[in-house]
Design a protein around this ligand. Structure first.
Ligand code: 3NM
Ligand code: MG
Length: 503
């Protein structure tokens, strides 16, 4: 019978983690909470001590009907007669361990690349540990931090195999659902998560394990929701737009902006013009109260400072926990090392329902190190239209969210559908911070909600630019706000003529 890898406990006997408690007691508590497999990992003890601790642990795990695996030490596994071993890349080879251990012994292998994973599959390992998911103080000499994107690439490469898979490194209650959700490739997902400190160092290991077990079983609140019927056809979607704009105006939603100071005023005025209620709060601790209004969070890293990131992280966590939408605008993502690092840290720190950026920014988020962006303006494009559409789709598919790549043509994708929106006016591109996105995200089809916001903005921009008193980007701004307000007023009255024949 295959091992249940869903909640995989890896032990640690270092004082910082075990905090003077008895390992067997901690493991038993964790088993009571729902741990499904235990790995005894002890890099320091002498062989005699390893064997006597493993014996005690085995007595406990047997009572719970859960397999005990020994890290690295095939000799200890044999001496105690436990169910199997877990081998790192520098430990005994799989072939040799297989020869020494009983036929039915479980053998797991640590992997951090596609090659290592393919080798473990070819060898016939029972499962692979895939890591390091996130950098972790528990093990600082890990090979590479691969995140959900790297994990997904590995799962994708071995998706024809039925080998078990478990992710390890920095996994905790706040990120476990996202780890499982965002790592999933179309044909293969993770079978479980391996945890050290979030259980072993917890004040109450049983409660911690229970909470993990519940989180693993349930669908994350931020998961992409259902699509409207027939929502692959542009005309079907566009027909829905007026009523979504109307709903937005009626809902008067809160928009929590962690915005850059250049566009702060403009963004607040745009929000007011369309009938939303903006609050500017760069202070992360405020998010725990603000998220209760069920609005959306916008993170715009345009004027990033050393203090921004911990504040963003607090706010993202508060919104992710409630499943309220979070939008990332990775302004100037490719411009400097600080911003490139900020993007990777944010991407590994939370779930973004929508990532919105120009081509250079989206390419940076995708991980292309070849991009060198100068200012925060869109810059010259190097991709063809179909490459842009493919990039938006691939990023959305990988992150399992929505991506809006802005430019002369905007590309909006949920990983399956890609829509090219040609409305708008060049002046809009010159007015930084035209956040268009918070619109309607709480509605049933998130892509449709974003599309509605996008069209409202683009059509307002076209209307504004057509005014005879608008001579350039300066006079455009007030006209644009007026036109947004005009659409909002019309929409509130049920007048949909603003969009008729326009999209
Ligand atoms: N192996 P925590 S990371 C034991 O990447 C181990 O292979 C890793 O500890 C790998 O759950 C790790 O406390 C430690 O972050 C994971
Ligand atoms: Mg090892």
């Amino acid at each position: 019978m295959p091992v249940d890898l869903s909640l995989y406990l890896v032990t640690d006997s270092t004082p910082a983690i075990l905090k003077g408690r008895d390992l067997c007691t901690v493991v038993e508590d964790a088993l009571k909470g729902g741990v499904t497999v235990v790995q005894y990992r002890d890099k320091k003890s002498d062989t005699g001590d390893l064997i006597s601790t493993a014996k005690k642990l085995h007595q406990v795990t047997q009572r719970y009907g859960v397999p005990l695996l020994i890290n690295d030490r095939v000799d200890v596994a044999l001496a105690v007669g436990v169910e199997g071993v877990h081998l790192g890349q520098d430990d005994m080879t799989f072939e040799l361990a297989k020869k020494l251990l009983p036929k039915d012994a479980i053998i797991g292998i640590s992997t951090s690349s596609i090659e290592e994973a393919r080798k473990a599959v070819a060898d016939g390992a029972d499962y692979i540990g895939i890591g390091t998911m996130f950098a972790t103080p528990t093990k600082t000499n890990t090979k590479s931090v691969i995140g959900t994107a790297g994990t997904q690439a590995i799962l994708d490469a071995i998706s024809d195999s039925s080998i078990g898979t478990v992710s390890i490194g920095g996994i905790n209650h706040a990120n476990v659902q996202r780890v499982l959700y965002q790592s999933k490739s179309p044909k293969k997902g993770l079978d479980g998560v391996a945890i050290v400190s979030a259980i072993v160092a917890a004040d109450d290991p049983k409660a911690s394990a229970e909470e993990f077990a519940n989180l693993i079983k349930s669908t994350p609140v931020f998961a992409l929701d259902s699509k409207v019927a027939g929502a692959n056809k542009p005309e079907t979607l566009v027909a829905e737009v007026p009523q979504i704009v109307r709903k937005l105006v009626e809902a008067h939603p809160l928009v929590h902006n962690m915005i850059n100071f250049v566009v702060s005023n403009f963004v607040a005025n745009v929000a007011l013009s369309i009938g939303a209620s903006p609050i500017m709060s760069p202070y992360g601790d405020e998010a725990k109260d603000l998220c209760k209004f069920n609005g959306a969070l916008l993170i715009n890293m345009g004027t990033l400072t050393s203090e921004s990131i911990p504040n963003y992280e607090k706010a993202i966590k508060a919104y992710n926990t409630r499943g309220n939408p979070v939008v990332l605008d990775p302004v100037g993502a490719a411009a400097t090392e600080i911003r490139r690092n900020a993007v990777s840290r944010l991407m590994s720190g939370g779930y973004f329902d929508l990532i919105k950026g120009n081509e250079g920014e989206i390419r940076q988020v995708w991980g292309s190190n070849a991009v060198q962006q100068r200012g925060v303006d869109s810059g010259p494009s190097t991709l063809t239209d179909s490459q842009k559409a493919a990039l938006a789709r691939d990023l959305a598919r990988r992150e399992r969210n929505l991506v809006l790549m802005t430019g002369a043509i905007d590309y909006l994708s949920d990983g399956e559908r890609v829509f090219a929106v040609e409305n708008g006016h060049p002046y809009l591109g010159q007015v930084t911070g035209h956040l268009r996105l918070f619109l309607g995200l709480p509605y049933s089809d998130k892509l449709l909600a974003v599309l509605s916001g996008l069209l409202m903005y683009e059509i307002a921009a076209e209307n504004a630019a057509a005014k005879d008193y608008v001579r350039g980007p300066g006079s455009f701004v007030p006209a644009f706000l007026d036109e947004l307000y005009a659409i909002r007023t019309a929409a509130a009255k049920g007048d949909d003529s603003w969009i008729a024949g326009r999209a």
